[in-house]
Each structure stands twice: as structure tokens, then as C-alpha cells.
Write a protein that binds this ligand. Sequence first.
Ligand SMILES: [Zn+2]
Length: 152
Amino acid sequence: MRCPYCQASDSRVVDTFRDKTGRVRRRRECRVCKRRFSTIEQWIQQLPLVVKSDGTREPFDREKILRGLRIACWKRRVSATDLERLVDDVEEYILSLGRSEVESRIIGDRVIEGLKRLDPVAYIRYAIVYLGLEDLSEVRREIDRLLGPETA
Ligand SMILES: [Zn+2]
């Protein structure tokens, strides 16, 4: 979804709602120029198949991503709306790639990037599973990276 002002292809969903005709409208903010614009989603869009690391394919499963996120965000100050928006963003992103198949890693990277912005603790929980952090020193390195150079 290109920004109408600067043509950048990376935008963030600020709000999602359905209009009277049942179409999904989204309010977006361009990540480059920060200007906002609206889009209307029609139902001709088809999400690509997900190619898993073992080479098998499965349909994109929004609920599955949400389940993983809810577990990571257990007892954190992250609202259900935030998580829905994060998955909206992931969905939009893979649609914008315009491909019939997308590697699960591309989806996972987008999820984890969004989660990092939402909540650092939830991010670490998710990263332990998703990045397969094997031991405490790897987890610590990731935390150090998050906290930035001044504390490393
Ligand atoms: Zn822009």
C-alpha cells in the first residue's frame, strides 16, 4: 500500500473499522513521511500461502499469530486492539508483497518487529520461542541489544 504523498510502501495501520457497506476501512500513517491517509479494502485480496521452514505450505492463519501474541503478552499492558492492529499490519504487509507464497520467516520477522515496539517484555518472551534462543546468555544478549549500547 503506497503512501500517496511520498510513494513509500511502508505504512502503519492506525485504525481499522468497517463502513456501512461492510468494507474494511483503514487509517494509515506513512512510516517515512508520517502523513496519514485512508484505504478501503475490497474482498478480492487473497492472502498468500505460508511456506514453513520444512517446505510445507499452509494458509495464512491470523488466529494462530494472535494466539502466540496473547501468550507473549500475558499480564502485560498490551490491549487486544494493539494485537489486532499488529496482525492487521502483518497482513497488509504480506499482501503488499504481491506474492502467492511467503516464507513463514518473513511473517515472523514482521510480527516480532511490531511486538518489539509494543512491549519489550512480551518481545523477549516471543523471541525466546521464535528466535529459538537456546540459553540464558543468548537471551541476555538480546536484552542487552534492546536496552541499547549505554547499558551493554
Ligand atoms: Zn509518505
